[in-house]
Design a protein around this ligand. Sequence first.
Ligand code: KG4
Ligand code: ZN
Length: 360
Amino acid sequence: MRGYTAHMIVLGIESSCDETGVALVQANPSSADSFHRLPVLLGQALHSQIEMHQAYGGVVPELASRDHIRRVIPLTESVMTQSGIQAREIDVVAYTRGPGLAGALLVGAGVAAGLASAWQIPMLGVHHLEGHLLSPFLSEHPPAFPFVALLVSGGHTQLMRVNSVGDYALLGETIDDAAGEAFDKSAKLLGLPYPGGPALARLAMQGDPRAFALPRPLLNSGNLDFSFAGLKTAVLTQTQRLGAAVPDRVADLAASTQAAIVDVLVKKSIKALVQTGLKRLVVAGGVGANRSLREQLNANCSAQGVQVHYPELHLCTDNGAMIAMAAAMRIQALPGVRLTRGDAFTVRPRWPLHQLSENH
Ligand code: KG4
Ligand code: ZN
């Protein structure tokens, strides 16, 4: 299999959950020292299934898989046209190998394998969370290694020490629900539509974050783990207590819920920075789009002399650009990375990030 070349173009396909994302990135050819230059985004296209799943109040896996099948090829064609890139110019096809919904992952992996076979190029399975983790490198002010990463998505909440591409040490994680899940489940209890996180955040802007004293579990646990399952129970108790008065207090409840989640995320991130002695924080994953989280992190981190980096807002939630980027950075930084052929592929619906080795 071919290794890294300075002009390498990578096609990335994301299909792990309810977004079909496709993108093209190019390893930066403009520097003599191209190993240290970041790849650049040539184009991307995204289709969100939110509207389709909304009627069911959450993601329906079978519908997700079928929709990915419908969308992925037209999106790929659109990205290639938009970027002016021909099939023969593409060097590698990257796809999300896991974690995620098995059927949804198989669509992306299957299409990637088909394209790799047809174009006679290798492919690379990417870890979805590594995609999120490296997505801030696509922003105007990319971070530098090493840094602490706060990964906050619908399925994961983790603090990590990131030393370099592929070198990730877990510092702490949720022992039950993820932060995004806490947003989504609380939103559902408040009668808000799926996806609950952004809806709850919007409503919270009109409420008082101190109106209800909701629990901040494990805040003083002495370690960097999180627990959010108790929060939804507390929200449920409050809604039961309020009964018919819920509609009058729903904005206050939303603001108080958001404040509890944000408070824990900020305090634990600061703790991780103090513990590691690092002065850089990278926030990634869907909850990273939350405005209150960004405000609180910015205020607390600047007080500690810490720089915070976020992905561009539209790259916080799932997208193809982060998958193409992670693949390109991995190929560029790790010469031993194992590219595979399109005649065989696997997906890993459950795949802890710390099990990701240099060449998986
Ligand atoms: O990273 P992501 O797109 O998908 C996963 O890999 O899980 O994250 C989706 C999660 C959902 O739980 C969604 O409610 C949450 O991110 N989210 C938000 C916001 N935007 C997305 N949560 C709070 N505030 C937001 N603005
Ligand atoms: Zn994600």
